[in-house]
Write a protein of this length. Structure first.
Length: 181
């Protein structure tokens, strides 16, 4: 398994662990107007859309009945696709210029997996603690997004958090998420 597929599997499995402990997928998430189920649907459809747009489609999954099972099935399809060198090396012009699917999956969709794992944990009442490496990845991706991080549907306005708050609380606050409680 290549590094992109391995990293994606690891992050996706950590998100699956949160889903496996959830019971009320209709609970509101920190993403304005979205339930936990909506967050899972978002992550599934955006990943599938990226691969579909470049001719590397994955089978569709329905998160309606069992979001955790659907997520695991989707992840298996995505990882199998990412194991193909021609997929991760596929070049295209992204929003920030030339890139590869591998880089996009690692940077943008990796950010999504990490941050939405916390969103799902908050919605499903499952504690999520990021490692320092995960916080580094979140901060690096957020910095790379620049002002686009505040675009509609990405992250809300930053929340003013005490500078002495734990790093996870500060990082999530920058992303418009209130993790102070």
């Amino acid at each position: 398994m290549n590094d992109t597929a391995r990293r994606h599997r690891d992050r996706a499995d950590r998100l699956a662990d949160v889903l496996d402990h959830g019971t009320d997928f209709d609970a509101p998430s920190p993403c304005n107007g979205w339930t936990a189920r909506d967050v899972v649907h978002h992550v599934v459809t955006t990943q599938a859309d990226l691969l579909d747009r470049h001719g590397f489609g994955v089978p569709a999954v329905d998160v309606t009945d069992d979001p955790a099972a659907a997520w695991r099935t989707h992840t298996d399809h995505v990882v199998a696709t990412l194991e193909r060198p021609e997929v991760v090396e596929h070049r295209y012009d992204g929003m920030a210029g030339p890139t590869t699917i591998g880089d996009t999956i690692t940077t943008y969709y990796g950010f999504d997996l990490l941050v939405h794992r916390w969103d799902l944990g908050a919605a499903l009442d499952v504690p999520v603690a990021f490692t320092d490496d995960e916080l580094d990845a979140i901060e690096s991706s957020a910095a790379a997004f620049g002002d686009a991080i505040r675009m509609e549907g990405v992250c809300g306005p930053a929340i003013d958090v005490d500078p002495s708050a734990p790093r996870q609380v500060r990082v999530l606050g920058h992303l418009g998420r209130d993790a102070r409680t």
